[in-house]
Design a binder for this molecule. Sequence first.
Ligand code: GLP
Length: 239
Amino acid sequence: MKIIIEENYEKMSRVAANVLLGKMYQNKRVNLAITAGSTPVKMYEYLVEDVKNKAYFDNVHYYNFDEIPFKKKAGYGVTMSNLNKLFFEPAEIDSDHIHPLDEKNYKTQDARIAQDGGLDLILLGIGADGHYCGNLPGTTTFENLTSVVDENATENMKDILLSEVGGDESERPDFYVTMGPKSVMQAKEIVLFATGAKKAKIIKQAFFGPVTNDVPASLLQVHPNLTIILDKEAAAELD
Ligand code: GLP
């Protein structure tokens, strides 16, 4: 496990963008699974500038690792809508290079990725409860591949689904799909990044505490190629 601690959110975002860019500069197909959420906002701002109109990045293919479908709205769900807005559209990524995971194709996600040569890198955020992708405490065990998590998975799952669609009850789905721990661990490299004091406690617990299903991200500790990128606030609890 390698930990990089940067002074602030901007610098942490720059380093995360650089790590992705370093992976992209290869003379072969590169498969990246990338995260939505609020943490990557600045990183995508940098990355859009770096990759837009650069034909030499035509070797890069992109995957989302979870999806929360809207109940009624047709088209992409929460994750892909977010990734489109933050990165794919402004960077003008060719749609042939974007491989959406959704509620219709989730059963073939792991096989599709394996057939494409596997993930070279997966970029993850972390929730204050220790979740990554849609792997929340109580919803998953380390053996899970890509699967459905439904509204009955935990006591507060309906609330979580509601907040994922911005509090609009008419759009609240009764499930989402996510790559599971076992799918994520198959990536050749894992990069997890976090910003702000609200993540400090879980960073210590997940990466310096026991490996347990109660803290889903703790499993990532045992991956042979894990890099954690933090700003000072998120690293505040580390020695
Ligand atoms: C959501 C996403 C996760 C992400 C997490 C943290 O639950 N499905 O993949 O890591 O939020 O998001 P944020 O970066 O906004 O803290």
